[in-house]
Design a protein around this ligand. Sequence first.
Ligand code: AKG
Length: 292
Amino acid sequence: MASGPGGRVELDGMQVVKVGTNIGARIEGLDFASGLHEGTVDAVADALYEHQVVSIAAGAMTPEQHLRLARRFGALEENKTDQFGDHPTVPQITVIDSEAGHTASMWHADETFLEHPPLVNLLHGKTIPSTGGDTAFVSTALAYEGLSPKFQELVEGLEAIHDYGRLYEQGWQRGADLGSFVADALGKGLIHSHPLVRTHPVTGRKWLTVNPVYTRFVRGTTALEAKMLLDLLLQHMQKPEFGFRHHWSEGDLLIWDQQAVQHYAVNDAGSRRVVHRITALANDHTYVGVHA
Ligand SMILES: O=C(O)CCC(=O)C(=O)O
């Protein structure tokens, strides 16, 4: 591996180019058509952990190539969500199609109501809109590092409850008729307590786990304290300096580290947008997904 000008790192023709000051890199020089060597796949993983979000011009990457790269990061989730679509032949691929009304225009980390939430998402851009439809990110690691030492100390000892029902509760609150969905979601028992601060197993960086979609309350605090604390942390996380926005080109493969960022699918596509998603879980866990 060699370092070149402009912060570039090269391995077997692969180049990593920073595209955001604090997070985000573009991987260039890979030829998906001829297949990736094991060392190159590892170098993609290294780039991901360093930059938190990476994109690659993957062209007409096949589902098999998509699956192979995703397996580098863990066991693959099988899609069973009522919010997105199924792939006709590959159960691990989730189809997100704006024409079918699929959207995830809210800040979130995926499935944090699980004991072991997903680790990495890999989205392949199949149909890209003429304008809009970006995917936006904020770094939960930078957000932690941006807190004052006194606040870091305060949040380190706390745990929060994340639950699947909260997703529907928010829709219900906005006026959609989702009361029965909340009851159904709560009945599934998809609810877990997580420390507010976790340490990334690869990078060793600390990151904030709370997100506006699934985090319900902070344990051992009053309702007002929990509300104020969550509001403060979630607002703090939105500092533009912690963020990065990917503007899609057809064939892009966008990979992000769920233990380092939260994401938001900007719902302003000027024409149809279709992306195919694969989600990697920790290797010793399997889960049939239900959510956004
Ligand atoms: O469509 C996107 O850009 C992101 C979709 C999303 O939120 C997800 O995969 O969890």
